[in-house]
Design a protein around this ligand. Sequence first.
Ligand SMILES: C[S@@+](CC[C@H](N)C(=O)[O-])C[C@H]1O[C@@H](n2cnc3c(N)ncnc32)[C@H](O)[C@@H]1O
Length: 201
Amino acid sequence: MSTGWGGGYVTDVSYEAGYYQEQSPGQLRLACLLSGAAWDVPDDGAHYLELGCGVGLGAMVIAAANPGWRITGLDFNPSHIASARALARDTGLDNITFIEADLGNFAESQAGLGLPEADIVTAHGVWSWVGPEVQAGIVRLLQAKLRAGGVFHLSYNALPGWQGMLAVQRLVREAGLRLGGRSDRQVHCEARGPLAFLPGA
Ligand SMILES: C[S@@+](CC[C@H](N)C(=O)[O-])C[C@H]1O[C@@H](n2cnc3c(N)ncnc32)[C@H](O)[C@@H]1O
C-alpha cells in the first residue's frame, strides 16, 4: 500500500470497474419511499454527482440512461480519471464530465467552488476507506453543493455485517507488508493463487 499522495489509500493499481444499482435514480426513489421521504426523480437538467467514482462505469451508465441530465464523476486517482475520460469519449457520451480532485480539499478549490449544485450525490465504497480529513471534506462539499431537497446516497461498511472481513483484511495486510511489491501482487500466493487461504478459494 502506498502512503504517498493517496494518504494511505491504494494508488499503485486501478480499482476494478463496477456498477451498483443502489446508485441508480430508481433505487434512490425507492429508498426515499420506504423511509417516508418525499423525493421525485428529477426532470431533465438535473445534476448527478458521484464522489470517488473509480474508473467511472457507474456514472457512465447513469449518463447513458439519463441523456437530459448532467453527470459529474470525481476521483483523485489520475489513472481512474484517464480511463473514465477515454471510455466516455469512445462511447460518445456528451453529458458526463470527470474531475480529478482530492475530496479532502475539493470543496474549497477553484474547481469545487465553480461546480454547479447537485440534485443527487452518491458515494459508493468511499467513506469507510478514507480518513477523517477526507470525510470532513465530503461533508463540506455536501453542505456547499447538495441542492436543498436533493438526495445523498452513502454506502459504508458497518459491524456486525463486515465482522468476518476484519480478519481477512488483517491477514491480507500483514501478508502484503511482508511480501512487498505492487498492491495486487501482495495478495497473491505463488502456490495456489490469489487469496488462496480464503474459505472456498
Ligand atoms: C473502493 S473504491 C470505490 C470505487 C467506486 N465508487 C466503486 O464502488 O466501484 C474508492 C474510490 O475512492 C477514490 N478515492 C479515495 N480517496 C479519495 C480522495 N481523497 N479523493 C477522491 N477520491 C478518492 C479511489 O481512488 C477509488 O476510486
